[in-house]
Design a protein around this ligand. Sequence first.
Ligand code: TXA
Ligand code: MG
Length: 301
Amino acid sequence: GGLVAFPTETVYGLGADATNGDAIARLYATKHRPLLNPLIVHVAEPVHARRYGMLDDRALQLTDAFWPGPLTLVVPQRSDSPIASLATAGLDTVALRCSAHPVARALIAAAGCPVVAPSANRSGGVSATLAEHVAADFDGQDIVVIDGGASPIGVESTVAAIMANGVVLLRAGAVLVNDIAGVVGAEHVVDRRDRTDDAAPNAPGQLTSHYAPQAPVRLNASQVNAGEALLGFGVSMPPTTGRALNLSASGSLEEAAAHLFAHLRALDAMNPTAIAVMPIPDVGLGQAINDRLRRAAAPTA
Ligand code: TXA
Ligand code: MG
């Protein structure tokens, strides 16, 4: 019935018993999350997903290839599913994920129930990749935080919906669109990640403004203005007066993803007039990084 924050390989999650509507109501309230934005149901073992969702051949090909791991699958919900309707925002689909993180899997197995876990940050803000981030966001709230060190991937799971017309990519993550195409065939993949239509978001949570620090974010910066902090990438950082962090001096996208949210939080804490972000190559994991940065830079409502 309580709330437990725990590490996954992507980001920290704020967990509750997925069958307990009261706990889930508390989870939405604690995060200040809109009730229409459904949650991911986490399972300890891949086979447990079948208790809640209907997995067709394509879904099973994808779970065989990528679970446990950073892929969330949206599938039709079973009519006898015990998941509380608040968790799915009343939809007839359910988002399922089996994390590869040993602490996440041990927690879910010990709980003996499916666990809903959105990212463990205040709704709309920067995600948490360290236990300290969670503690800072939910200071004084009645939650338990399990400290399992830094989340190694650093950006949220890829979200893909299994639909009649194919596998629809809803959110970019560490499982790349090419990885999915390699398993189900490119002709069965529909890429809808780039839509930023708040009137009809493709995944309810993929709003244009998301992951936003307090400071405005300025993308594709080649120089730093007075008062700004710099989020750099690669060997050649523009000169600054000191408020600068590099996502990866060697130009590694994996390292950049792992540092993204921690660096955004650290620069934001310096109260700059804006955070200037150097360009990140839009390939591989760079697509997930750029998706988060575009939403972080979008005007907040
Ligand atoms: O890496 C992750 O996925 C992390 C860790 C903790 O597992 N969790 C996470 O949860 O990022 P959250 O709530 O921040 O993002 C879940 C996304 C939201 O965009 C939500 O709208 C979408 O998944 N989603 C959940 N259920 C859905 C459904 N039935 N149909 C479409 N989208 C759904
Ligand atoms: Mg989130």
